[in-house]
Design a protein around this ligand. Sequence first.
Ligand SMILES: Cc1ncc(COP(=O)(O)O)c(C=O)c1O
Length: 359
Amino acid sequence: MKNKRPYNFNPGPAILPLEVMQKAQEEFLNFNNTGLSIAESSHRGKDFEGVVQQAQEKIKKILNISDEYNILFLQGGASLQFGMIPMNFLNGKNADYVLTGYWAKQAVKEAKLFGQVNIAASSEDKNFSVIPEKFNFSSDAQYVHLTSNETIHGIQWRKFPDTGNVPLIADMSSDIISRRFDMNKFSMIYAGTQKNMGTSGVTLVILRKDLAGKANPNLTTMLKYQTHIEKNSLYNTPCVIGIYLTNLVLDWVLKQGGLDAVEKMNNEKAAILYDYIDSSNFYYGLTEKTDRSKMNVVYQIKDAAAEEKFISEAKASGFIGLKGHRNLGHIRASIYNAMPLQGVKDLVSFMKDFAKKNG
Ligand SMILES: Cc1ncc(COP(=O)(O)O)c(C=O)c1O
């Protein structure tokens, strides 16, 4: 193995703080002085129950979440939530969806199986380079669904819409715990933990109790939110190692100074990368400045062959995961919480050098 770890710009599973992995390594054979690894510990034991409880408390603290909400750790990824939400809350009625990119589309596809979907706004005509500004919300919708950050298209909501009495639900998979937002606006948020909160295998669901109370009771046990609320996410065997890692990542976030400190750092990293792209006539951003993502920076080089070369030379120089999603192509630098400032600075130096040699 090389001495230096590469900078990991993968979209997810994504970079983890080094100290989190070192801590996990240190206690991998002996978790909490049990003499056992967390990976072989019973999910019914006191020690693991403690991990769940601690992680829930830290999430509440970091995101400023009131007791009106349940915090759940489920499985099946955000992809299962695309179906579970309409299964529980649509019941043949109608819901509003805002179409902002690939992931919002996936959510719409599943919802259509369980009721009527009204596309309240879409930026598809602009190749999902911007967040829509005008919404055609229905007053009788069961809920409004949006995707706070489109991981593939690289756009992110700055200000969330006011949906009045209609519950607002957001897929926050790729920007959870990266910035402050007002949870009171939302009835539910969900996120796979593999970007900013740990590794894959766990989906965080934060669900307001009043919405949970309206869920369809006639579903198979595992697909009812009520099951997981009643059993505090321990109805079936959860992803013990995933929840454990999330708990360690939350400690790291608190150690950084909490959400405000993390957000400040994310703003700084995104500004460094976008400022350089804006100033360059070799690299071009694919998204509108107003809505571009601070987590997934998507850009291109006009010459496709140079783009290929860029990705392979970047990899050889220790910058991995920069290839854009297969549906969009181009270049994508995912700069989640754990990406250090130096990683972004070094990437920009590499980009400058590459532009000089190939421009
Ligand atoms: C915004 C968003 N939603 C949903 C998903 C799907 O998540 P999963 O693969 O955990 O089901 C992803 C995955 O990258 C995502 O970025």
